[in-house]
Ligand binder design. Structure first.
Ligand SMILES: Cc1ncc(C[n+]2csc(CCOP(=O)(O)OP(=O)(O)O)c2C)c(N)n1
Length: 361
């Protein structure tokens, strides 16, 4: 047998529509109406405002451990906009912007991140699940939901997102392989933010990109500039349409960057360089989108200021409600996981309650 080149039967694309200075490629511009563009912009601003606030609250001892997503707003809002309410969304823990788009409230997310059970309530009328803390643990069950949609003959699709680190879990390979064979209606969105805590992307895989991995599973794959909301919007919309039409799954790799700490329990200064962060600071997805909106005449200084202060006020109002809704009963921490508490936890509960009694709480 001679040596011949293998034909994958598909090629990979990288999609970028807004360049780093916010200049648009006219041929690729999806041409969204101004009100749609401003709705996306406002959602990105709200996401940023909540992010800043929760980080500050955590530093003041008023919030639990929290995973900020500054820098990833374009990926989150650009992707979630493609879903219908009846579609299924299974997020990762850094996806609160997308969750708010689906109806999660500011106060609900604050309750959730501060560890209150009430925060896990799914918004009425949407099909989705609370985020998965177990890295990659939701990718296979999300694929199961997609299969259920197929078996039941609905035209619902599933969107699930996760980080680059999650693609090294077996779950990712098993799920995408299965979905490829059975043409599950699902979109796998990998937010490649370059770091999985302290593991840099080059240590995550020897593959050139996450999008390349789609080739091995025989499914559609595309890489997009994840800080370009137009590129993310177009790629996810196409993938959702393909899934809905019965044409199977897509792996989308959104190249972005985690600007802040992995979680508030992390200190990235011990493993990454300031100049790398500065380079990405210049690619800020909100500033880039602002430039595009200004060029279209859809936004000016006054509108930017107004939107920012309105969304900050929304966060303020949520914060106020959060303070009111917080259950002050510290004893519920042992509820809700087990129907019958195992003996060792019963013992811990007794110790803990005794401590609370002594502290008069
Ligand atoms: C199965 C499992 N292993 C380890 C962890 C601890 N952990 C939490 S987040 C994380 C890194 C995940 O990185 P990535 O998937 O790239 O997502 P990102 O946090 O960057 O959004 C690890 C190892 C976990 N939560 N679950």
């Amino acid at each position: 047998m001679p040596r011949t080149e293998l034909d994958y039967g598909q090629r990979l694309e990288h999609l970028s529509i807004l360049d780093e200075r916010g200049a648009v490629d006219d041929a690729l511009d999806p041409g969204f109406a101004n009100d749609e563009l401003l709705r996306l912009y406002r959602a990105m601003v709200l996401t940023r405002q909540l992010d800043i606030r929760m980080l500050r609250m955590q530093r003041q001892g008023q919030m639990g451990t929290f995973a900020p997503g500054r820098g990833q707003e374009a990926t989150q809002i650009g992707s979630i906009r493609a879903l219908r309410k009846s579609d299924w969304y299974w997020p990762s823990y850094r996806s609160f912007g997308a969750q708010m788009w689906r109806g999660w409230t500011v106060e609900g997310l604050m309750l959730l991140w501060d560890g209150y059970f009430a925060g896990f309530e799914i918004p009425e009328g949407t099909n989705e699940l609370p985020f998965s803390i177990i890295v990659g643990g939701h990718i296979a069950p999300a694929t199961g939901i997609a299969m259920a949609c197929r078996y039941e003959g609905t035209d619902e699709v599933v969107l699930t997102n996760f980080g680059d680190g999650a693609t090294s879990q077996g779950d990712f390979a098993e799920a995408v392989n299965f979905a490829g064979v059975y043409k599950s209606p699902i979109v796998y969105l990998c937010e490649n933010n370059q770091w999985a805590i302290s593991t840099p992307f080059e240590k995550q895989t020897a593959s050139k990109s996450i999008a390349h991995r789609a080739l091995g599973f025989g499914v559609e794959g595309i890489q997009v500039d994840g800080n370009d909301i137009l590129a993310v919007s177009v790629a996810v919309e196409e993938a959702v349409a393909r899934a809905r039409a019965g044409e199977g799954p897509t792996v989308i790799e959104a190249l972005t960057y985690r600007m802040d700490v992995h979680t508030t329990a992390d200190d990235p200064t011990v493993y990454r360089k300031d100049d790398e962060v500065e380079r990405w600071e210049a690619k800020d997805p909100i500033i880039r989108f602002e430039k595009y909106l200004r060029d279209r005449g859809a936004l000016d200084d006054a509108a930017i200021e107004a939107i920012e202060s309105e969304e900050r006020a929304r966060v303020d109002a949520g914060r106020k409600l959060f303070d009111e809704l917080k259950q002050k009963d510290y004893r519920e921490v042992f509820d809700y996981v087990y129907a019958t508490l195992p003996p060792e936890l019963q013992e811990q509960r007794a110790d803990y309650f005794a401590k609370l009694d002594r502290a008069g709480l």
